[in-house]
Design a protein around this ligand. Structure first.
Ligand code: SF4
Length: 406
């Protein structure tokens, strides 16, 4: 392309973007760090683009494809990586010849992309990530097989990183200046380092001693056991926030999804955290067996569990799953149910935010004028507040997007 300054032989310019969840974010940053370590230079108008894709819904695949096509127009070479790249079928077929689809496990992808781009000697160690919070992947893959879910097919079975490697990475992130660490995994509760005797509660306890603020990205309700609850409550640096996918609040739909818990279990296991923790969740609307009654049960469960922010996913059949050929609920009904759930979620968020008016909180400023409190409630701050700082603030009012700091 020949734009911008010339770099030494072998050095190329690149940028990395991702779609989807926090694990996709981590995977994208692993590619980014690998390219930086090889001496390549990150720029907006780069020669090479890496697009780490998502396939959780049809819409996510379509967005991923669009992003890859857009990148192909403005970059000399594009690598399509991540969940979407591993999806069976031809989601990325027909893209221009400068697009390489890297259908590899997340552990192999940075190496493959770096090898293809061409490593050079000039090493730039420990490049600072551009976010104030560090997502540290401790586990990948899932050995369950929920009937609708494509993730085990694209990411493989559950496996965990060694605890000493995780703790070393956390120390490194803290030394780089990250104020918050988020332990991230596809099925975090499956975390095990058997050789060293670690499970998730032990990892949380030890990681919590290293950081100013620690969060878990998401955890399945079956892993929210007494030991984990105790550790979450007893570790002062653990953020008072937990994201626990519900998917449906109807026992019949949960069974049809193959989710291995009942509504009663979900409510019982969250009960000890309800007072203190901000509980958020994922819900699928329009699953094939979800009728009006089942959806009403979901709304009731969301309220009974005290959930605030709900990420609503309209069901879409995923190739290779047990429900790949089932999609009975009409798009209009999915839209209506999604809107009702989002409205309930917004009301619950606002109710929680109101409790913060007149009270103090510590907010991590992650963008100009914005940040998140200890329980991951969004705050609106004076734009002069320095990004990357943890600041003590007092709630003055509630706006549509969060709590306004005095
Ligand atoms: S939805 Fe089920 S199969 Fe998919 S990643 Fe979660 S636990 Fe695993």
């Amino acid at each position: 392309m020949g734009r911008g300054p010339a770099y030494a032989f072998g050095v190329t310019t690149f940028n990395v973007r991702f779609l989807g969840c926090k694990v996709s974010h981590v995977d994208a940053h692993e590619v980014r760090e690998r390219l930086l370590a090889d001496g390549h230079v990150e720029r907006d108008d780069a020669e090479i683009a890496v697009v780490n894709t998502c396939c959780v819904t049809n819409e996510a695949v379509a967005k991923s494809r669009k992003e890859a096509a857009r990148a192909a127009r403005t970059h000399r070479r594009v690598y399509v990586t991540g969940c979407g790249a591993n999806l069976a079928g031809d989601a990325f077929a027909g893209l221009p010849g400068n697009v390489t689809v890297v259908a590899r496990r997340s552990e192999e992808t940075p190496e493959f992309v770096a090898g293809d781009v061409g490593a050079i000697a000039c090493v730039q160690a420990d490049a600072r990530l551009d976010r104030v919070r560090a997502f540290v992947k401790v586990q990948d893959g899932c050995s369950f097989s929920c009937n609708f879910c494509v993730i085990p097919l694209v990411r493989g079975a559950s496996r965990s990183r060694a605890a000493d490697a995780v703790l070393a990475e956390i120390r490194r992130r803290v030394a780089q200046g990250h104020r918050e660490v988020v332990l991230t995994g596809i099925n975090l509760g499956c975390y095990r380092d058997r050789a060293a005797g670690y499970d998730l509660p032990r990892l949380v306890r030890e990681a919590g001693a290293l950081v100013e603020r620690l969060r878990l990205s998401s955890i399945e309700i079956n892993h929210v056991n007494d030991e984990l609850v105790r550790v979450l409550r007893e570790t002062p640096t653990v953020s008072r926030h937990l994201h626990v996918p519900l998917q449906s609040g109807d026992d019949g739909v949960l069974r049809a999804m193959g989710r291995r818990y009942s509504v009663a279990t979900y409510l019982r296991r969250l009960a000890p955290l309800q007072e203190e923790f901000n509980l958020t969740s994922d819900v699928i609307v329009g699953f094939p067996t979800e009728d009006g009654h089942a959806f009403a049960n979901t709304l009731a469960t969301v309220r009974a569990a005290g959930l605030t922010k709900i990420h609503v996913f309209p069901y879409s059949p995923r190739p290779g799953t047990r429900t790949a050929r089932d999609d009975q609920v009409t798009p209009q009904v999915k839209r209506d149910r999604g809107a009702r759930l989002r409205a309930a979620s917004h009301d619950a968020c606002v109710a929680r935010w109101r409790t913060k008016v007149g009270r103090d909180d510590v907010v991590l400023v992650d963008r100009v004028g914005r940040g998140y409190g200890d329980d991951y409630s969004p705050w609106l701050l004076d734009p002069a507040t320095p990004v990357g700082e943890l600041v003590r603030v007092r709630g003055a009012a509630v706006l549509d997007e969060g709590v306004l700091a005095a």
